[in-house]
Design a protein around this ligand. Sequence first.
Ligand SMILES: CC(C)=CCC/C(C)=C/CC/C(C)=C/COP(=O)(O)OP(=O)(O)O
Ligand SMILES: [Mg+2]
Ligand SMILES: [Mg+2]
Ligand SMILES: [Mg+2]
Length: 583
Amino acid sequence: MALVRNNSSNGREPVLSPRSLTSPRGLTSPRPLSVQPAPEPVRPLANFPPSIWADRFISFSLDNSELEAYANALEEPKEAVRSLITDTTIDANTKLKLVYSVHRLGLSYLYTDEIDAELNKLFEKIDLQYYEQVDLYTIAVQFQVFRHHGYKISSDVFKKFKDSTTGTFTDDVTKDVKGMLSLYESAHLRLHGEDILDEALAFTEAHLKKIVTTLEGDLARQVNLVLKRPFHTGMPMVEARLYFITHEEDFSSHESVVKLAKVHFNYLQLQQKEELRLVSQWWKDMQFQQSVPYIRDRVPEIYLWILGLYFEPYYSRARIIATKITLFLVVLDDTYDAYATIDEIRSITDAINRWEISAIDQLPEYIKPFYRILLNEYDDLEKEYSKDGRAFSVHASKQAFQEIARGYLEEAEWLHNGYVATFPEYMKNGLITSAYNVISKSALVGMGAIADEEALAWYETHPKILKASELISRLQDDVMTFQFERKRGQSATGVDAYIKEYNVSEEVAIQELMKMIENAWKDINEGCLKPTEVSVALLTPILNLARMIDVVYKFDDGFTFPGKTLKDYITLLFVSPPPSLEN
Ligand SMILES: CC(C)=CCC/C(C)=C/CC/C(C)=C/COP(=O)(O)OP(=O)(O)O
Ligand SMILES: [Mg+2]
Ligand SMILES: [Mg+2]
Ligand SMILES: [Mg+2]
């Protein structure tokens, strides 16, 4: 770790240090020899690992006729699947399994109304007696279908699998691997007070772990995958690809579903590779690598993050906008945490609050290009969206960006003063620095008509589901990044604030924060139940933001060190060929 710091304080004091160690490359302007260069301050450098992708995605070249051919090829199977979903001759169980597979394959957005109409009918007719007669797998799949689509089916459907004398799940359950697997998936949809699902989660997880090495074939693959990450906390695009590969038996009898899924994957991959090319080219053209070489260079990773929010083809523009703004956040966060001095941080925050190009003069040289690009991008967005009366969404994103800069400054001031915040104080600021308010508002900009002023007003009420997603982001990040950050002298993390507030060990603090995360997931699950406060299209990105935190931070700091999960996901989605249409 190249932490260059002053013993007497927290590394923000301007003291002399060798220029070669600390100055941003290529940014010193030539000076006359007679003038002494200003002493270079101590900087809390992090030596982040470089990008693992370099320019790899820039060379992609989209063949529009190929994209069009896939779009045309989608039509026939799409209509065939619609007919299946609405077919009145299909029995309820088969229908629900079909809807389950369609959802897991990432196709339900094509049939929102039809699926809702079908589920409405089936949910009205739900007969708890029926669940007394059927097996665990069938019940768990039906439970998931209803909950995935916001129907509050009771978790009592699982009661019969518990032994009334011991109060635990029966031995029979442990013999039914498929049933256990589905119960494990179901348990992640739990709400507050659903003790049976809390128990089911612990029980199935322990048993699945015990037997996984004894399994073979698809079942072994399914259990291995679910133990790593259940569908509900995964990235929808990736989960769809994995489901297609490992759960063929669920949907292979419906030829149209297989065909639709294949064409859909091919179509989406082309579109997404083009989007990734576009943002990669933009990043290169803006020369961030030259002006701010100390930051984490993570364009494909951030694009993946945003793709995690929504993958529907019609959100293409929205993804590009949200990716650029999130990349700005990476620049800002790393500048504040791993480069700037406290005086520079104050001046950058002030300039971002002023938001006018004349403020550029007060900034250190290295951040001037960023500031100019930031203002230009937002200006362009404002012009673009003023035309159809949507500039309000650009303004909201900008305000949230200013707010996070102030939040980052607050952390830096704490650090500068050697102050560890109280836990409530930390969390108040931490929900802001979770970045999920800025990202979710920026995600609205390109979403079109559904993200109207009413939707934004709902966001402005800081609804429970958004708070929960922010909390998950803030605390899961803290749990996985605090050690690396501490080594660089940063102490503004939830872990440190919790330890100080409650005088507990690090281990206990982490356990408690993980409990808070678990509870926040229950808030999210409740917020997705009907009647929802806003449309599902507006809620889903918030749910998906929480999911992306699990993807990136479940096992380690997958963003700073993106060589594991994120590399695998990027490879799967943008490098490996999608399923072939031939067989
Ligand atoms: C906080 C969080 C998980 C945000 C997710 C949203 C996001 C992609 C924000 C951009 C900045 C970023 C990658 C922060 C995470 O790193 P970090 O650990 O350096 O963030 P920190 O300085 O806020 O702890
Ligand atoms: Mg940081
Ligand atoms: Mg930070
Ligand atoms: Mg962190």
